[in-house]
Design a protein around this ligand. Sequence first.
Ligand code: URA
Length: 433
Amino acid sequence: MRMVDLIEKKRDGKILTKDEIQYFIRGVSNGSIPDYQTSAFLMTVLFQGMNEEETSFLTDAMEHSGETINLSKIQGATVDKHSTGGVGDKTSLALGPLVASCGAKLAKMSGRGLGHTGGTLDKLESIPGFKIQLSIDDFIHQVNEIGLAIVGQTKEVDPADKKLYALRDVTGTVESIPLIASSIMSKKLAAGADTILLDVKVGAGAFMKTKKSAQELAHLMVKIGKHLNRDTRAILTGMEEPLGYAVGNALEVKEAIDELNGHGPKDFHELILKAGSIMLCQAKIAKTEEEGERKIQEAIDNRKGLEKLKEMVIKQGGDVSYIENPCKFPISSLIIPVYAEKDGYVHHIDSLAIGLTAMRLGAGRATMQDEIDHSSGIVLAKKVGDFVQKGDVLCTLYTNKEDIGRAKDDASDAFLIKKEKIAAPSILLDYIR
Ligand code: URA
């Protein structure tokens, strides 16, 4: 087989066989296919697409390009959840402890943030001492003991995705539904959980800008999961404004602790109840979603979720006094309010602009080598649907950087304020099972 023949075949809109796709992934993993051919191939897929069967073959080949995690030593159903990436998305920090406190086993491998989106690992590392690297044995042992572990993905899991994603990032080929679906599902399948809940974000701050494209991606991933015998479901949630109020690592950990203490933001709470109830149904701990929601709400009200987060922090070497007393998280040296320039209702908060501004304040990385400043970020004071008067604070910037360039203007421009009243949107746009 020659790679050039596969590139030409896909370029001409033809369907690739399982063998051809396996040949491609083998060559990507062992380095025998040069980056220029891989990039050309990715571009043909971006333009010509792949059918469901090709995407399943691609996912399967990627999943088996490296180590697959065997979670069979964990007693009980293992659940996993994955977000396609958003701004202010601290869901795993609260959801993980809540479902684990209800009896589900969450053995989660998470990623770091890049660009405008945050990563769970960076958020957890704002807790002093918290270790995100555990050996596979320790990871499984911890899940058996307390029902919960959130760690970094090892280099050995899905190496093909690491190579392909790095090339896609610099060749304009990220936005391809089959490539996104195979990238996400191959990692989730390699991570070994029995059930997968996908949170597909929709809107300006997400990969999927429209509900239609998000539905297409979600349906495809659910089918791939089912095809490979995993209970896979997806929710579509709005990213037309950041999730909750806080954007930035320690700021988001504090907001997740608020949720576990029973006073999280309304949209975040709505997402936690929905996602948590589905995961409890997947783990067969709840028979209906209503029962699942009741259990999650109880775990918030009786603080069992908060206790579970504390257990995980202790097990992974973190300083639990920060969870007990979130005022301990360091506050940045500069705190800069951004004021409304006119009266009206907030119609839209550009999550992409907020995410990029938070990144420039120090909360994120433009390249993988950049250092994160855990205390920096943005806290919104207003959400979509809120009324503001000229001079009200729209949001507050937190940073240790003296030179913040246009950050204040960019944050202000992210708010679309109009005279007409508008209702606060519902976070949940669709549920696909
Ligand atoms: N997240 C992933 O893991 N892969 C993609 O391709 C896009 C989002």
